[in-house]
Design a protein around this ligand. Structure first.
Ligand SMILES: Cc1cc2nc3c(=O)[nH]c(=O)nc-3n(C[C@H](O)[C@H](O)[C@H](O)COP(=O)(O)OP(=O)(O)OC[C@H]3O[C@@H](n4cnc5c(N)ncnc54)[C@H](O)[C@@H]3O)c2cc1C
Length: 422
């Protein structure tokens, strides 16, 4: 019988299967443990940390975040309207440490020494063989138009979950009979394309019960995700409540008068939820991972390695997605990128070639508090265009919203949290 070498066998087995079957060889006792440092413990970073340890427990994995509890943006719209508790979207990082042996460090990340391969943090410098950075987003105020950080105290965005979520929730709880609300959606590219329209739908449901009105000001030419399904809600069950205005350019705002001035007129409301445009999280800029004048971190579409620094990978919302991928900025995509990078780093430490990414995105949204919709797509690397593109035909939405899909929103969310943080 022909003998198959261990190396040939390993090459033929996907990394996750190799780990489960014990085929990944243990690192020799003599070799120093490989060090992977992960900056940012949200959807991308936590997944990468967990899966690296699953793939190869001998790798020393250090996960750094400024907070010891992650507050999930996914499902935060349900918290705003009381369909979930705030505590349901709070996940302590201690879980990954206790269950998988990830070393969690609570610290502010502030810089990078790529030559010495050290991440600079408030808890000291951290040496790495590989660094994964998943900083998420920051809001991008247009200060020329008078928008600044003060604005979020009056017109909360609640697009980075935490205090902002609680602030907007208490304003929503305080809405009175006949109230008026304005939601300004962000200009693409932004975190979670369907998110602003899910929030608008749930707001419309609330205002319908109060006999109120909702104006949705959208700088984009159309609804940016699951369009026919959200449109059906705005023009159907919510037609007496919602005025949807596309291509609306906001020019300035007035805190005292609770007014937003746009090229389509001036709008006032009792409650304004101003979701600003977005850019990569500040950490990406501080680490030098964004080019001068840029807003997002450029990466290779094959590996998610930074095109600026070797052995540094950027994943999640912060990547410069437009030139390299058609994938949306979503938690599911960040989670899949975390797994892809973890697998390829574990392979490289074993002398194996990286595998090109194949990434699935499924995303559920509520249109009423009981009825849901979804979108599902598969993305793969296409060497002809050097880009991650939608696999032919693998992109779909349902015909209509249903109660069954509404129930699935809950199980989808629970599965997502479990795969990432538990
Ligand atoms: C309202 C809303 C609803 C959403 N719904 C969904 C959904 O249904 N499905 C879905 O797939 N996605 C959803 N998303 C999108 C999802 O939340 C993001 O795509 C996902 O969080 C991106 O993961 P990330 O790792 O890039 O960033 P994050 O998850 O934001 O993680 C970034 C981490 O970095 C840390 N950090 C940043 N800077 C520093 C620093 N200097 N030092 C230390 N730590 C730092 C932060 O504390 C944070 O923990 C939604 C988003 C919103 C706003």
């Amino acid at each position: 019988m022909k003998r198959i070498s261990r190396r040939t066998l390993l090459k033929s087995v996907p990394a996750a299967a190799a780990v489960c079957s014990g085929l990944f060889p243990a690192v020799s006792q003599a070799a120093p443990a490989k060090k992977v440092v992960i900056a940012g413990a949200g959807y991308g970073g936590s997944t990468a940390a967990k899966y690296l340890k699953l793939l190869d427990p001998s790798i020393e994995v250090t996960l750094v975040d400024r907070k010891d509890v992650h507050v999930s943006c996914a499902m935060s719209n349900e918290v705003l309207f009381g369909y979930k508790d705030f505590k349901d979207i709070n996940i302590p990082h201690k879980i990954l440490a206790d269950r998988y042996g990830v070393k969690f460090v609570k610290a502010e990340v502030s810089g990078l020494d790529p030559k010495k391969k050290r991440l600079i943090t408030s808890a000291g410098d951290m040496p790495y063989d590989k660094l994964i950075v998943s900083p998420g987003i920051d809001v991008d105020y247009d200060e020329k138009a008078g928008f600044d950080a003060e604005m979020q105290k009056v017109f909360p965005h609640a697009w980075i979950a935490g205090d902002q979520t609680l602030m907007l929730k208490s304003m929503i709880d305080g809405l009175k009979k006949g109230a008026s609300v304005l939601i300004r959606t962000p200009k693409a590219l932004y975190r979670c394309p369907p998110g602003p329209y899910e929030r608008s739908s749930l707001m419309a449901e609330k205002l319908k019960a109060l006999g109120g009105k909702l104006t949705v000001l959208d700088p984009n030419p159309k609804i940016m995700s699951k369009e026919p399904l959200f449109k059906n809600g705005f023009e159907g069950i919510y037609k007496d409540v919602v005025t949807y205005i596309p291509n609306a350019k906001v020019l300035s705002w007035n805190k005292e008068k609770k007014a937003v001035v746009t090229d389509k007129g001036t709008f006032t409301a009792d409650l304004i939820n101003f979701i600003p445009d977005q850019k990569a999280g500040r950490m990406a800029f501080e680490l030098g991972l964004v080019k001068e004048g840029g807003k997002w971190a450029p990466v290779s579409p094959k590996t998610f390695e930074s095109t600026i620094f070797k052995d540094v990978y950027v994943i999640g919302d912060a990547i410069d997605s437009d030139p390299v991928t058609e994938m949306p900025k979503s938690g599911v995509v960040a989670n899949c990128m975390g797994k892809t990078v973890a697998e390829n780093i574990a392979r490289e430490f074993r002398g194996l070639e990286p595998l090109p990414p194949i990434i699935g995105n499924s995303c559920y949204s509520l249109v009423t508090h009981t009825e849901g919709i979804w979108i599902a797509s598969v993305y793969e690397y296409d060497p002809k265009v050097n880009k991650i593109v939608v696999r032919n035909g693998a992109n779909g939405i349902p015909e209509k919203r249903t109660v069954e899909n509404g129930r699935n929103v809950k199980s989808w969310g629970a599965n997502m949290l479990a795969d990432t943080f538990y």
